[in-house]
Ligand binder design. Structure first.
Ligand SMILES: Cc1cc2nc3c(=O)[nH]c(=O)nc-3n(C[C@H](O)[C@H](O)[C@H](O)COP(=O)(O)OP(=O)(O)OC[C@H]3O[C@@H](n4cnc5c(N)ncnc54)[C@H](O)[C@@H]3O)c2cc1C
Length: 294
């Protein structure tokens, strides 16, 4: 087959522009490299950044590889929270005994991400920084009231997940900052959580993903519902939450509340699902997620 050389030279066809590569030996070194130039990108699992570079959607002059930093790869319990290092892979989260004992919904979510290659290389920090509107972690972190810890050469700061995702592929992360940790309060023993998704069959990204968390016995208390895949960024659905809070745990309460899903939200439409279809699926998946915690 004849090959158009224009297509291979930095065109649209899978060859990224030239870049320098440095492997950071520590977080400190990564931060130094990050501030040394305004044309640097951190490389973690590479499962979002490299495809974007191959499509010439992102052309950094230098990659700083943080994937080998053990200091960013851990899951531990501290001060009533589960703390997850930014370079912890999706599969490490799925396999963690701490996660399965204290936050099993995180393992549920992780196991639905991509395939085993993606889960073995992709990291939770990379997923949050990339902020794909169809990514799975944002929805569950929203219902868990998680916090994202970021560091730059100058300071460290912590932002609630609710304030971290600011738009389509947009976050509160600054150019010179690195996510170091995700902190998730350990839910009360009587709380229940679930995540269900209508997945794109090839990539397994969420066309609609719904995470829920609630407590109480006879009634729904402290209900939190969040969607991913539905809009330009993951969001808590206050319409569903307020329709259900304090209501009896019954199929009728769930059906009524699920009808409110994505009300007033600017729903995405694309070649996988039209806006109307996605909105209907949000209702269906809200119902399924809530039934799972009834
Ligand atoms: C075939 C395929 C299927 C997939 N399916 C799913 C799916 O079903 N659900 C889902 O949620 N995701 C899915 N993904 C995305 C996958 O989860 C990626 O691993 C993830 O989005 C990015 O993580 P990464 O470690 O690979 O980040 P990278 O690709 O290395 O980086 C992504 C971005 O984050 C930045 N970054 C990385 N780490 C940090 C950090 N610590 N601090 C600050 N910035 C950082 C990078 O500079 C870059 O801008 C899929 C990907 C592929 C290729």
């Amino acid at each position: 087959m004849e090959c158009n050389s224009q297509q291979w030279k930095g065109g649209k066809h899978m060859i990224p522009s030239a870049f320098d590569y440095k492997k950071a030996g520590s977080v400190e070194e990564a931060l130094q490299l990050l501030t040394a130039s305004d044309d640097v990108k951190l490389l973690a699992g590479g499962h979002s950044l490299l495809p974007a570079m191959k499509l010439n959607l992102n052309n950094p002059g230098q990659l700083v590889d943080i994937s080998g930093l053990d200091e960013l790869s851990y899951i531990k319990e501290e001060d009533g929270c589960i703390c997850i290092g930014a370079c912890t892979t999706h599969q490490d989260i799925v396999n963690s005994s701490i996660i399965s004992a204290k936050l099993p919904v995180m393992a549920e979510v992780g196991s639905t991400i991509g395939d085993i290659q993606v889960r073995n290389k992709g990291t939770i920090g990379g997923s949050l920084a990339h902020a794909d509107p169809a990514a799975d972690w944002p929805a569950v972190l929203l219902v868990c009231n998680a916090e994202i810890v970021m560091i730059s050469a100058a300071e460290s700061r912590t932002v609630a997940a609710a304030d971290f995702f600011t738009g389509l592929y947009a976050t509160a992360l600054k150019e010179d900052e690195l996510i170091i940790e995700i902190r998730i309060p350990i839910p009360a023993p009587d709380s229940r959580a679930a995540y269900v998704k209508f997945m794109q069959p090839a990539s397994r990204f969420a066309i609609v993903g719904c995470a829920v968390m609630t407590s109480g016995n006879g009634s729904f208390e402290d209900v939190k519902v969040a969607f991913t895949g539905v809009a330009s960024t993951a969001f808590r659905d206050q319409g569903v939450e307020s329709a259900l809070n304090g209501k009896p745990r019954s199929n009728d309460s769930i059906a009524e509340a699920a009808e409110k899903a994505a009300e007033g939200v600017d729903v995405l439409g694309d070649h996988f699902a039209s806006e109307n279809y996605r909105k209907n699926m949000a209702k269906v998946y809200a119902k399924r997620a809530l039934e799972a915690v009834m």
